[in-house]
Write a new protein. Sequence first.
Length: 270
Amino acid sequence: MDPSAITDQEFALFQRLIHRVSGIWLTESKKILLTGRLQRRLKVYQLETYSQYYRLLSANTHPEELQTMVDLITTNETYFFREPKHFEYLVSQILPQRQEERIFRVWSAACSTGEEVYTLAMVLSDHLPAQTWEVVGSDISTQVLEKARKAHYSLERNEGIPPAYLKKYCMKGVRSQEGTFLVIPALRQATNFFQVNLTQPVTQEIGLFDVIFLRNVMIYFDMETKRKVVENLLARLRPGGYFIVGHSETLHGINTEMALLQPTIYRKQI
């Protein structure tokens, strides 16, 4: 059997399964991506067809395998200080209006390997007193969350971090860790990570937030899923809180209750 071969019927099965468990809808153009990432799992279980792998996933005999599949098919493109104008807006417009009597909380709702979380932590640490803020990161993929919690990156990933922040908040690896850097413990201690499926109601355990970042995620969802995801997240946003999406995204046609402050930046009614 050619391990890259998948029938149209098999692809349709995985389209529906992946949409059901993650909200992501794979278009026909993603067929090669799907087979490229899943064919190794067929080898692990010594399966000959994608239908057999689908049956294995559906039988619930290997519940951990469903998570493995999600980890493999989710896209995790991210980097430090991505779309920097959002962080500039956070500093110039949002922080001056914060209520100082409570912890200022920011949620990176699809944090991938954590670069957005630690970007936010650097910015908040630089502009707010210690222990007056918290950043929460979440993702559907347990694999990327494990990397995010470690806060250990290749030096090639530091592009975009201002030199002053790099010096202040990052520790350069030596000897066996050469070529890497680690985010300092003080920032790691001010962050928290949760596995969250954004298409499902979000547990109250995660708390309420003053700002939610949901950037470059909705592009993978159909309209119905976008509405569901935004509704789930807004339930965790404080009245008057800010909701920030990616530069190629909008809430137009998705939510009419949020006030548009400028492209990609919204505020919840008080």
